[in-house]
Ligand binder design. Structure first.
Ligand code: NDP
Ligand code: GDR
Length: 369
């Protein structure tokens, strides 16, 4: 386990670490404990990077998605991923870690990333998603000005910025955000463009359409479905409550999308790119494919609950990723059906393990370990 005891602010992770080869590239990743942070870190480690991730303090361990790649920092020769406490709401922590780590690339993935929750906590969402990005950009700018160093910056933009503008959506499609989250991502997008233009910063916006995986947070619709489906299949639950199942999304695989983030920072010039599969499916289609895969009929299990409807909805997202395909030579490898099956397979295994614990009396069926 990536023990928080081992996340020490007193250690100097870069300059003082003699094991880092002078040519090793150093990446600084916010949101490393999230879905994308975990895939990006695996990807960068494979490329030979040293990866420094910012984690925020929580009362429970929040490193489940990166435990499998964590090496105790006392094992200095092998530990190429290092974790540091910071928060996008704390500007001083961002600047301090930039000065210590001296990264070549910064990936800003941290966010309060749930659209529906952003209606409940709009002020906090704006503080982290919009102002948080500005704090990090300013920390990068001032670090570069003070040290003469160069840093490349990636901003995690979102197809939610297009909101109610009809598909297909490309880099030139106007934004019409439909939630506090989406409006905050628009602000972060324009802060990034402004820092590029004002300070000549190598800064890119990746406008990524929905991307999923077995590591997706359990309250996003795809994972909510596959998690419930596994439990229904093994008899741990019978019903699944959902909101608007007519919404349509361009769903790709997170593992494919982190490569596009990295590619954006390897170009001659910084730019903004849409990353998408160019295919769109409704939530209902996701239900059809996933339940059908396990020989079940979703209509026997799904109930619509108004609680999950949003004050304003984004009806239809479908990206036009031509620029990324041509400019970055990027294309998605995992298609819709393969993605659904991958998630169902993993969550069926998880449910089977839960069932063993339930049958042995260690947990009750309502409780998820
Ligand atoms: P997740 O919700 O899985 O991860 C979010 C990460 O941000 C977590 O590591 C979380 O930490 C961290 N975080 C949240 N608040 C703060 C804060 N105040 N300070 C520091 N860290 C914080 O998101 P994804 O991995 O799915 O997405 C990554 C980024 O890409 C996000 O910015 C998201 O908005 C954006 N995006 C995602 C898309 C998708 O389909 N997945 C599509 C387009 C954009 P903790 O683990 O402690 O909660
Ligand atoms: P989204 O993802 O809002 O597109 O944001 P989410 O999976 O939450 O919703 C997708 C669509 O499904 C509908 N829906 C439900 N959604 C949830 N979460 N729970 C339900 O029960 C439910 N029922 C129906 C939603 O209304 C919506 O239309 C994700 C996040 O990762 C963002 O951070 C990212 O920027 C965008 O994708 C691109």
């Amino acid at each position: 386990m990536a023990s928080q005891d081992n996340v020490s602010r007193s250690e100097a992770p870069n300059g003082s670490d003699s094991h880092i080869a002078p040519t090793t590239k150093v990446a600084f990743v916010t949101g490393i404990t999230g879905q994308d942070g975990s895939y990006l870190t695996e990807f960068l480690l494979q490329k030979g990077y040293e990866v420094h991730g910012l984690i925020r303090r929580s009362s429970n361990y929040n490193t489940q998605r990166i435990n499998h790649i964590y090496v105790d920092p006392h094992n200095a020769n092998k530990a190429r991923m290092k974790l540091h406490y910071a928060d996008l709401s704390d500007a001083s922590s961002l600047r301090r870690w930039l000065d210590v780590i001296k990264p070549h690339e910064v990936y800003n993935l941290a966010a309060q990333s749930h659209v529906a929750v952003s209606f409940e906590i709009p002020d906090y969402t704006a503080d982290v998603v919009a102002t948080g990005a500005l704090r990090l950009l300013e920390a990068v700018r001032s670090h570069m000005a003070d040290t003469g160093r160069t840093i490349k910056y990636y901003q995690a933009g979102s197809s939610e910025m297009f909101g109610s503008t009809p598909p297909p959506q490309s880099e030139t499609t106007p934004f019409h955000p439909r939630s506090p989250y989406a409006a905050s991502k628009c602000a972060a997008h324009w802060y990034t463009v402004n820092y590029r233009e004002a300070y000549n910063l190598y800064a890119c916006n990746g406008i990524l359409f929905n991307h999923e995986s077995p590591r997706r947070g359990e309250n996003f619709v795809t994972r909510k479905i596959t998690r419930a489906l596994g439990r229904i299949k093994v008899g741990l639950q019978t019903k699944l409550f959902l909101g608007n199942i007519q919404a349509s999304r361009d769903w790709g695989f997170a593992g494919d999308y982190v490569e596009a983030m990295w590619l954006m920072l390897q170009q001659e010039k910084p730019d903004d790119y849409v990353v998408a599969t160019e295919e769109s499916h409704t939530v209902e289609e996701f239900l059809e494919v996933s339940f059908g895969y396990l020989g079940l009929n979703w209509k026997d299990h799904v109930e619509i609950d108004k609680r999950y409807f949003r004050p304003t909805e984004v009806d239809n997202l479908k990206g036009d990723a031509s620029k990324a395909k041509e400019g970055l030579k990027w294309k998605p490898k995992v298609g819709f059906v393969q993605l659904v099956k991958m998630m169902v397979d993993e969550d069926l295994e998880t449910a089977k393990r839960e069932k063993v614990l339930v049958d042995a009396g260690y947990i009750d069926a309502q409780q998820q370990p």
